[in-house]
Design a protein around this ligand. Sequence first.
Ligand SMILES: Nc1ncnc2c1ncn2[C@@H]1O[C@H](COP(=O)(O)OP(=O)(O)OP(=O)(O)O)[C@@H](O)[C@H]1O
Ligand SMILES: [Mg+2]
Length: 312
Amino acid sequence: MAHYTLTTTNLTRRFGRLTAVDALDLAVPKGAVYGFLGPNGAGKTTTIRMLLGLIRPTAGEVTLFDQPLRRNRVRLLGRLGALVEGPSLYPQLTGRENLEVTRRMTGATRAQRDRALHIVRLEDDADRLVKTYSLGMRQRLAVALALLGEPELLVLDEPTNGLDPAGIREIRELICTLPQELGITVFLSSHLLAEIEQMATHIGIIQRGKLVFQGTLDALHAQTEEHVVLGVDQVEQARRVLIEAGWHIHSNGGRRLAVAANGQSDAALINAQLVRAGVNVYNLTLQQPTLEDIFLSVTVRPNREAKQTRCG
Ligand SMILES: Nc1ncnc2c1ncn2[C@@H]1O[C@H](COP(=O)(O)OP(=O)(O)OP(=O)(O)O)[C@@H](O)[C@H]1O
Ligand SMILES: [Mg+2]
């Protein structure tokens, strides 16, 4: 049986008439980098606030390290590090001094402080004032704050928000090392699939408070169909041949046809059938759907109702 660091059962939060988080059953395996994806307003931060005991669920339950959060708050939260909605750092202090402030409040050791600086690779810049740090460095320092107590689970709300590509890469590299080198399970949210796909082992997709997909990154890929995209000289003839042979045509734009297919053998078969029918195939590619395609297909655009709430 898989071991889960974090699970939720029927986790729900309402704000007045709005159900911001709707009956979520999350399962975060130990050692995973779990990417919690959803568009703006989907309910990511609200979920994270409940995971951290910052707000109470309207219904449902959070289980951390196999124990209900409700009954063991202080002890369980002590095993978790978090960064929610941007770091609050002292610009007039150095990186190390910023950590020192929290260290004294939490009772962490100096060794733990320097270890956190080491993990986020800020050792060389630790004695510079934070106001001279780049955004990426500030974000790494914020992660160091979250790592100070040597947590088993790190929860990060949109850790790459506002960073440039280099900053995003730094955070990504840092996050990827945490499970492997330190045995830390990571739960992170994002509204950008392309970012998450490069670090996550597991994915949960939330839309308007509801979980619309949960599973491994591989399962997400596998769930979606491949396409053979064909360039042919006689499009109408090719269509007829393929439909007669039982293929499902997804689209035809101009002289190209997209056919639902399953792997290279299908691609070869389609090619052979067309050539036999006298259609010249001058181009054939087997395409995996990108994660952006998947994201768009599972998170349909908000309907009128949602627009009204947002525009008042
Ligand atoms: N304290 C609150 N009172 C009323 N409504 C709230 C409150 N907090 C959040 N909401 C609403 O709940 C919904 C989910 O918000 P939430 O901040 O969890 O989304 P999110 O996925 O984190 O979005 P973003 O990507 O913009 O950070 C939104 O419609 C938001 O307006
Ligand atoms: Mg948010």
